[in-house]
Design a protein around this ligand. Structure first.
Ligand code: DLL
Length: 436
């Protein structure tokens, strides 16, 4: 298979040369960071006053971590490392609690981001011959503008559809023969139900690829999307603190997500002991920006859990791969003392062919004990038949989830379209337990 590639000089760079480039870029980043009072203070505490104090990549370990809290506390301008006149755009993350985090960009920052997204797009085999419908929100959320500029750089015909308005999305796909879409996995599953509700009951034949990301999802959900639409779906990982999408992406081989190591210095650490994890050992992803001028971030703790994939990808890229995100160190549920990742529940749920596209995990307190409930949509036809079919299915799903997470949930089955739908990131977990 011929490997499609956007920037072969960087994507196939030998490990040694890549690390030399990283070191040079880390020194530049430290120089930018030292322009902010926050990092001047932080770095002085560990005796780091000049970029030349970084002698090798190992010296990174002396640098203190940066957290979301640090970013929030510096709202709105705290970590800005350039004059405001040089800033051409800002994005904020959706702050579910407290202040949002703000990332400022110079034009050079936006150009570098666009280049990374172009690499991701081309790595999946998409090209300037494709019609690209971008179904993620255009605005402060980075998914819309991030993919938009990358796709234009590649030369694709871009339809800036943004999120929502499902019937218009379907119309656009049909009228303009969309061949590649970008959306959250939950929205694509919702879109498929909408297509099925139409008389034509087929997905547009022009469609061949989807980029899915921005929320945790399982391998089963990817396969479901691929089967339902008869397309290839590629996992895309990013976070607004690291620009947004374009941090790590699957290539044609889908053997993990290549993380662009000339732009991000990658560490995986144990979130409790903070020691570095071995290859294949799950831990928290910590990232350092290597190209960003306006908001350099050193050792940013993402809270996302994953592991490094060992070996080499057949595509030949030298940039290391992350496994699918397993969850966040902070969205883990503890149910009666047992650690439960929502992604594990989803995986077990999606194995049942009767299960539809939308579900909700709810945890509440009943007396002294936690109670886990999973509400899921199932195919409409099931409600017309024998009630025993439904109770058998409830039991089967509950048993599957128990096998996966060691907690047996109660299961509620709902008709398609009856659970709340979100047009952006789905809210899949409702924790109704009182806070401590
Ligand atoms: O979600 C950026 C993005 C947009 C990525 C479009 C991919 C596609 P935030 O809103 O800051 O940025 O949310 C970042 O979402 O820390 C992860 O917890 C989660 N996340 C993002 N991509 C994935 C993925 C964008 N592929 C947070 N799998 C991150 C699992 C993901 N979780």
């Amino acid at each position: 298979m011929k490997v499609p590639v956007w920037n072969p000089a960087v994507e196939f760079l030998e490990r040694e040369a890549l690390e030399r480039l990283q070191l040079a870029n880390l020194r530049k980043t430290v120089a930018w960071a030292l322009k902010t009072p926050f990092y001047r203070r932080r770095l002085a505490e560990v005796g780091l006053h000049r970029p030349e104090d970084i002698a090798s990549l190992r010296d990174l370990r002396d640098i203190p971590y940066t957290t979301k809290e640090d970013l929030r506390e510096s709202y709105p301008r705290g970590l800005l490392a350039v004059d405001l006149e040089q800033v051409v755009r800002l994005h904020t993350s959706s702050g579910t609690t407290g202040m949002p985090t703000v990332i400022h960009h110079t034009q050079a920052d936006l150009d570098a981001w666009t280049e990374l997204v172009a690499r991701c797009i081309v790595a999946t085999g998409a090209s300037r011959r494709d019609v690209f419908q971008n179904m993620t929100n255009y605005g402060l959320f980075t998914g819309g503008l991030g993919l938009h500029y990358g796709a234009e750089r590649v030369g694709m015909l871009v339809i800036p559809a943004s999120s929502g308005n499902t019937s218009r999305q379907v119309q656009l796909m049909r009228h303009f023969q969309t061949s590649v879409v970008h959306a959250t996995p939950s929205y694509l599953l919702h879109l498929h139900s909408a297509l099925m509700d139409e008389d034509t009951d087929t997905s547009p034949p022009s469609l061949r690829k989807a980029f899915i990301g921005a929320e945790p999802h399982s391998e089963e959900t990817r396969r479901k999307i691929e089967t339902l639409f008869e397309i290839e779906a590629y996992n895309s990982y990013g976070l607004s603190e690291m620009n947004g999408p374009g941090v790590a992406f699957e290539c044609l081989y889908k053997t993990g997500l290549h993380l662009w190591e000339d732009a991000y210095l990658l560490e995986v650490i144990d979130p409790d002991s903070l020691r570095p994890c071995a290859e294949e050992e799950t831990g928290e992803i910590v990232l350092t920006t290597l190209q960003r001028q306006a908001t350099p971030l050193l050792r940013y703790r993402t809270r996302d859990l994953s592991h490094l994939v060992g070996g080499h990808c057949p595509c030949g890229r030298s940039h290391r791969r992350l496994a699918r995100i397993k969850g966040r160190s902070d969205d883990m549920l503890i149910v009666n003392g047992v650690n439960v990742f929502p992604s594990q529940i989803e995986e077990a749920l999606m194995k049942a062919p009767e299960v539809g596209t939308n579900y909700l995990i709810q945890v509440e307190k009943r007396g002294a004990l936690d109670r886990l409930a999973v509400k899921t949509e199932v195919h409409a036809a099931l409600f017309a038949g024998d009630a025993r079919v439904l109770s058998d299915l409830r039991e089967r799903i509950a048993e599957r989830i128990r096998a996966a997470v060691l907690v047996k949930p109660s299961i509620e089955l709902h008709e398609p379209g009856s659970l709340p739908v979100s047009e952006g990131k789905a809210r899949r977990v409702l924790d109704l337990r009182p806070a401590f």
